[in-house]
Write a protein that binds this ligand. Structure first.
Ligand code: FES
Ligand SMILES: [Fe+2]
Length: 400
């Protein structure tokens, strides 16, 4: 199969003039799935993906609002590895391996707000919010053991490369450089085509309108594939608008880790979500006011941007057939007050409902993966090039 160059060549082949990218499907023999069905059901494959996909490169770890205040500590598991998201006294969000430097006990399995120190339950070593060891009682068997500063530094919590952007915290477990500036540079380089595309949006103004958790009984890859599937909209979500609006979508492949689609007139063509309009999320140019951008930030952040709201589904794979989605909806901070409370609620209800409608589809997709027929599925080039790009990325990274 040919090596793909990004951005991919585009064709406008639809009668509506929409863009279809030249993805991997042209080269694929009919009836051959890019990712084998066993990758959606097998425990070995799940473990392999946790290592090769979720422990390598930038991965969504959680939301900044989970650690909103100094002293907030929030445990997450990424690539099977327990981590702590920590809001420091200096305002920085850091991510550490959740393993005490003495005997490796997990420091907490629940979110906490601490007063300056995170304490281990076993021998009461305590760590400052920047990770350095603050105290280790009776370390030298003396009542007043004083910690050598060198020892305190050597026994700091292990830092993980992380970066916070657009209300989300990302980690790269494979990075050897964990310094914040190096992480910021690496993250910015990783997402540069998207950062450029969205440079008119002021993400520092995001206000959380709502958050909801969905327990999905399907493999994580189906969650992504369903999000990138624009074809099912008129059938599963008919309320979002007329078929003509659902068909008016362009494929967008910015780089291998940023793929999705864009409805150039989506907000105009679809049904109104709220009775009162929300303020824009920045200085949105006239020609982008109606645009809806829908991208997978590989592997586990699914983002949806309109001029006046931003939706994220970040998720953690828990088992081959289980994924936990954390869906959050953000609006501009000028819509944070009571005067917009009803509008925020209306928006959230509409968006929760769309996601709920996908739950039975995901369940059925997962059940189908137990069939030998799922090794010879047939993605169609008119609709599924973006899904094929996602599967190709999975196959490359996991080695299928
Ligand atoms: S394991 Fe944490 S203090 Fe001993
Ligand atoms: Fe859907």
């Amino acid at each position: 199969m040919s090596t793909l160059q990004f951005p991919l060549p585009e064709r406008t082949t639809t009668s509506t003039g929409n863009v279809v990218v030249d993805g991997p499907l042209a080269d694929l023999p009919a009836g051959r799935a890019l990712v084998p069905a066993r990758a959606y059901t097998g425990t070995d494959e799940f473990a392999l993906e946790q290592e090769r996909i979720f422990s390598s490169g930038w991965v969504w770890a959680g939301y900044a609002h989970w650690v909103a205040e100094p002293g907030a500590v929030h445990p997450v598991t990424i690539g099977g590895k327990p981590l702590l998201l920590v809001h420091g006294e200096d305002g920085q969000i850091r991510v550490f391996h959740n393993s005490c430097r003495h005997r490796g006990m997990a420091l907490t399995e629940k979110p906490l707000v601490v007063q300056g120190r995170i304490q281990c339950a076993y021998h009461c070593w305590s760590f400052k919010l920047d990770g350095t060891l603050a105290a280790a009682p009776y370390y030298t068997r003396e009542r007043r053991s004083k910690l050598d500063p060198e020892v305190a530094k050597r026994l700091s919590l292990l830092l993980v490369a992380s970066h916070t952007w657009a209300g989300m915290i990302f980690v790269d477990l494979s990075a050897t450089e964990t310094d914040p500036q190096a992480s910021a540079d690496s993250f910015t380089a990783h997402l540069s085509p998207l950062l450029e595309r969205w440079s008119h949006i002021d993400f520092s103004r995001l206000h959380l309108a709502g958050e909801r958790t969905f327990e999905v009984d399907a493999n994580w890859k189906l969650v992504v594939e369903n999000f990138l599937d624009f074809y099912h909209l008129p059938f599963v979500h008919p309320q979002v608008g007329p078929v003509t609006a659902s068909l008016d979508v362009d494929d967008v492949a910015l780089q291998p880790d940023v793929i999705g689609g864009s409805y150039p007139r989506g907000a105009a063509g679809k049904a109104e979500k709220t009775a009162k309009s929300l303020p824009w999320l920045g200085d949105v140019p006239e020609d982008r006011l109606e645009r809806q951008d829908i991208f997978c930030l590989f592997p586990n952040a699914l983002v949806f941007l309109e001029a006046d709201w931003f939706q994220v589904i970040g998720y953690h794979p828990e088992a081959p057939d289980r994924t936990v989605e954390h869906m959050a909806i953000f609006v501009d901070s000028s819509a944070a007050g009571d005067d917009f409370a009803e509008t925020r609620d209306q928006l959230c209800e509409v968006l929760w409902h769309v996601n709920e409608q996908d739950m039975p589809m995901l369940h059925h997709l997962q059940i189908g993966r137990n069939s030998p027929g799922s090794d010879s599925t047939n993605l169609v080039s008119h609709w599924d090039q973006i899904t094929a790009l996602f599967q190709k990325r999975v196959a490359e990274k996991a080695g299928y």
